[in-house]
Design a protein around this ligand. Structure first.
Ligand code: NDP
Ligand code: BG6
Length: 510
């Protein structure tokens, strides 16, 4: 069984993962077409999958293997990084199968098991299996319970093969449901076999945050409250809710983006250096950050949390309708499409340093970044007029798009005066490395195949983040204060600017 992931050493190894069948539950859905199978096909073309592999789509919709293959080919032509040639597709498609069934019916799982045993023999897969739960989350508990009842997975590791389960997001909708789901999962599986997906962890630039911090002697000594004045983390999208009204009305941006993606980025930005890059060492450090998040004091939510909802507007020349007019949205809904938070991490490193997080739909552009804003030099040596344009030093890690890192500092303007202007030192992934980074799902699927959980969230991590987020939801439910409006294509409600102005700061305009 694989215990070491060669990718962890930073080397794309020639070593391939072990033979395995990946079963996707919900294979008739959007994620399978847009992300999962295209990622698997790209891994296949890069020779990162073993020769003996199989991919079995499972869903209720009746479909033959050939119909599934045709649908997946079309999806790969559209979405895969490497477009299929007829020759490559012919080989890949031999490993693709489809099995129709009901998620809550034991007979469907015995039929699946029989099929998997046949595929094992046909493809030489040796009984190794990964089950990927890509259905709506309401289906996760029953699918896991049925997998356990059918003996397809179990708490006791099998000496002869591995069985792993990947669980899509969202993992719960509040602390209580996340705890319940963890109980459901751990009733039939050992934590070592559970892979909770947060696709932000699969992004190259999120992983580079760790490299920047821990593989360079330069940054880490400055990475604390002595030098860092505050931190801003932005996860902005220019799209609206894109037809996902039903889902978004339940979720809102705090659940959709902050509880998972932004909190993971926050944890990696703020964590202590782990003892090693092993899954548990890394996750131990992330959990400590999430547990150290200071709860917002009762009655003072408006000083720490601002929520907004977009009105109609124009984004890069495109007309965006009002959230209230989106399909699936209940008229008068107060569901937030924008949230700004001020957080404190009560630990030795970050005591007193505000972390400002914001995430939103319908912003002027898509941008995800982490920015560390440094304290000023202790003395203004060059006089007031010389430094009037001086801005604080900022280290900005651009997660997407234009992936890279920039460092802003003051430089002397050429001439006979000592005027100072801010300038940027830039690193761009595209120009430095030239090649296209892998898709997050490629990396995550491969890591699971290798048995490496480092880029997957652990049960206690998910619960720690829900604990903080659920307090905000409870406060919103109890509060009469409404949601602020902002015009689509702007950077959010004015109240969110005031959240920072009060502290003498302002949001970056990335
Ligand atoms: P879909 O809504 O497209 O559902 C996937 C499949 O699940 C459906 O085709 C359907 O297949 C099956 N299904 C089972 N039970 C139900 C049910 N009660 N209602 C509707 N469908 C059901 O989901 P996605 O593919 O978009 O997403 C899958 C998972 O991935 C979800 O957990 C989602 O939150 C997560 N995710 C998706 C992203 C995306 O970009 N799509 C992004 C990030 C996460 P059938 O009826 O044939 O059984
Ligand atoms: C998903 C959210 O998890 O992440 C979406 O459900 C959001 O609402 C998406 O658009 C953003 O992901 P990315 O990789 O495009 O930043």
């Amino acid at each position: 069984m694989a215990t070491e992931n060669p990718l962890r050493e930073g080397l794309i190894s020639e070593r391939q993962p072990e033979p395995c069948t990946l079963v996707i539950f919900g294979a008739s859905g959007d994620l399978t077409k847009r992300k999962l199978v295209p990622a698997l096909f790209t891994l296949f073309t890069e020779k990162l999958l073993p020769e003996s592999f199989a991919i079995v789509g499972f869903a209720r919709k009746a479909m033959t293997d050939d119909a599934f293959r045709a649908e997946m080919k079309e999806a790969c032509l559209k979405f895969a990084r490497h477009k299929p040639t007829d020759a490559a597709w012919a080989v890949f498609a031999k490993g693709l199968f489809y099995q129709a069934g009901e998620y809550d019916t034991p007979a469907s799982y015995s039929a699946l098991e029989e099929r998997l045993v046949r595929i094992d023999a046909e493809r030489g897969v040796k009984g190794n299996r990964i089950f990927y739960l890509s259905t709506p989350p309401s289906n996760f508990p029953i699918t896991i319970a049925q997998l356990g009842a059918a003996g397809l997975v179990g708490r006791v590791p099998r000496p002869e093969c591995f069985r792993r389960v990947i669980i899509e997001k969202p993992f719960g909708t509040d602390l209580g449901t996340a705890q319940q789901l963890n109980r459901d999962v751990l009733a039939v599986l050992d934590e070592k076999s559970v892979y909770r997906i947060d696709h932000y962890l699969g992004k190259e630039t999120v992983q580079n945050l760790m490299v920047l911090r821990f593989a360079n002697g330069l940054f880490e000594p400055l990475w604390n409250s002595r030098y860092v004045e505050h931190v801003q983390i932005t996860g902005a999208e220019s799209i609206g809710i894109e037809g996902r009204g039903g889902y978004f009305e339940q979720a809102g941006i705090l659940r959709d983006m902050v509880q998972n993606h932004l909190f993971q980025v926050l944890a990696i930005t703020a964590m202590e250096p782990p003892v090693s890059m092993n899954a548990d060492d890394l996750r131990d450090e992330k959990v400590k950050v999430l547990k150290a998040l200071r709860p917002i004091p009762d009655g003072r939510f408006d000083e720490f949390v601002i929520r907004g909802q977009y009105r109609a507007g124009t984004i890069a020349g495109r007309r965006q309708v009002d959230y209230q007019e989106e399909t699936g949205v209940t008229k008068g809904s107060a569901r937030e499409t924008y949230v700004a938070l001020k957080l404190f991490i009560d630990n030795w490193r970050w005591a007193g340093v505000p972390f400002y997080l914001r995430s939103a739909k319908a912003m002027p552009k898509k941008v995800t970044e982490v920015a560390l804003v440094f304290r000023e030099a202790p003395l203004r040596l060059f006089g007031k007029s010389a430094s009037q344009n001086q801005l604080p030093n900022v280290l900005a890690i651009r997660i997407q798009p234009d992936e890279g890192v920039s460092l802003r500092f003051g430089a002397k303007v050429p001439g006979n005066t000592m005027d100072i202007q801010p300038v940027n030192m830039e690193f761009r992934y595209g120009t430095s490395f030239g090649n296209e980074p892998p898709e997050a799902y490629e990396r995550l699927l491969l890591d699971c195949w290798h048995g490496d959980q480092a880029l997957f969230t652990r049960g206690d991590e998910v619960e720690a983040s829900w604990k903080w987020i659920s307090r905000v939801h409870r406060a919103w439910e109890a509060s009469s204060a409404g949601v602020h409006s902002y015009e689509a294509g702007t950077w959010g409600p004015a109240e969110a600017d005031r959240l920072l102005f009060r502290d003498g700061h302002q949001w970056r305009r990335p």
